[in-house]
Ligand binder design. Structure first.
Ligand code: EPU
Length: 339
């Protein structure tokens, strides 16, 4: 049986570590509790927010509705053949526990996504990605409940409309679905993706001769530790902005004017520009205003050094956006969900 709390503090439940209060708060541990809660007429018409690890959210004020924290924590193999294993994980499983479970069993696919904060239920919403891999590459299906009706639905990969840090759950179905569990397909025949960034160099530094799922995971962990602040130590939500995509004409003009510009082709007519480079080039890295700041080792990560409010972090983000727009004519879009 779950308890519904009133005026519940959210500071320890968001990795930015900002103060906010939920008018109502429910911690739900299984599908039946979730359904019982959703179908309770007392809460049916209130705004609902699903908190899934709180690692990609910035509260700029209190939440005048119900915050639902999911602790649905199962992980199980649901199918297996000679080449693949299908693992189902509850929305409340820590993402990195799933990655480690796969690495311990030598099942390949998610190792480049090691150490990403947050829970499994949030992974498909923003199609988390790192070091050349996105969760969609292993995604098989997910189970969800429609908040308005309590109806259970299954979404195939196709139905999720995954894109760069994007899915149907950020658009048509924004705020309408609660993800219960996700199933990923892992490979028993290790096909590794070591092309991105510094993974290869890191494996060399580690003196790894025989690459395994675990060694790639460890290389990724070392790269992340060196560049990104750990939320347990300094409040943050990873990359604050998405990398903007521009058409090739805009890219040619920019790269001509700024020879150092970091960008990658997305398709024949578009380029993804490094937001970190844009921000860094304007001198923002390491800047601090009160307790809000830009991380000293990565310009895309905004941090809370202690008691910054969500509003202070947003003000800093707005100034960064303005400065990038004035210098390059590019609008940065937040990757973090702002509430
Ligand atoms: N760079 C700078 N200054 C910096 C940091 C980076 O100029 O302060 C330049 C460097 O040239 C670097 C390039 O930007 O090579 C790219 O940096 P990085 O490899 O760290 O990747 P990113 O594009 O900044 C994305 C994801 C990260 C993910 C990394 C690694 C987004 C919004 N962010 O960052 O994801 O870990 O790639 O794959 O796509 C997150 O989503 O929260 C996140 C951390």
């Amino acid at each position: 049986m779950f308890e519904i709390k009133k005026y519940h503090p959210l500071k320890s439940l968001n990795t930015f570590g900002v103060e906010a209060t939920a008018k109502y708060f429910a911690e739900l541990t299984c599908r039946d509790e979730i359904l019982e809660f959703i179908n309770n007429p007392e809460y049916q018409h209130l705004p609902k927010l699903i908190l899934n690890g709180g690692s990609n959210i910035l509260f700029t004020g209190d939440f005048d509705g119900v915050v639902m924290k999911l602790n649905t924590g199962h992980m199980k193999v649901v199918k297996e053949d000679n080449d693949n294993v299908w693992v189902e994980a509850g929305a409340g499983v820590k993402w990195d526990d799933l990655v480690n479970f796969c690495a311990d069993n030598d099942w390949a696919g998610l190792e480049n996504l090691s150490m990403i904060p947050g829970n499994v239920g949030a992974a498909p919403v923003q199609n988390i990605g790192a070091y050349g891999v996105e969760q969609k590459d292993c995604f098989c299906r997910l189970q969800a409940v429609e908040l308005a009706t309590g109806k259970e639905l299954e979404f195939s990969k196709h139905a999720c409309l995954f894109g760069y840090r994007n899915s149907i759950f950020k658009h048509e179905l924004k705020g309408k679905m609660l993800i219960l569990s996700v199933t990923y397909r892992l490979s028993k025949n290790s096909k590794f993706n070591t092309q991105y960034g510094t993974i290869k160099q890191e494996l060399e530094k580690m003196d790894v001769r025989h690459i395994t799922v675990k060694s790639i995971g460890e290389a990724v962990r070392r790269i992340r530790r060196a560049k990104l602040p750990m939320p347990e130590e300094v409040g943050n939500a990873g990359s604050f902005f998405k990398n903007p995509v521009v058409d090739k004409h805009k890219y040619y003009i920019l790269s001509n004017d700024h020879p150092g510009l970091v960008a990658h082709p997305v398709d024949k007519t578009h380029y993804k520009i490094s937001a970190a480079w844009l921000i860094d080039s304007l001198g923002w890295k390491g800047k601090q205003r009160g307790d809000a700041g830009v991380w000293h080792a990565h310009a895309l990560v905004l941090v809370n050094y202690g008691n910054a409010t969500g509003k202070q972090i947003i003000n800093l983000a707005d100034d960064i956006r303005r400065s990038v727009f004035n210098a390059y004519g590019i609008e940065l879009d937040p990757e973090v969900v702002i509430v």
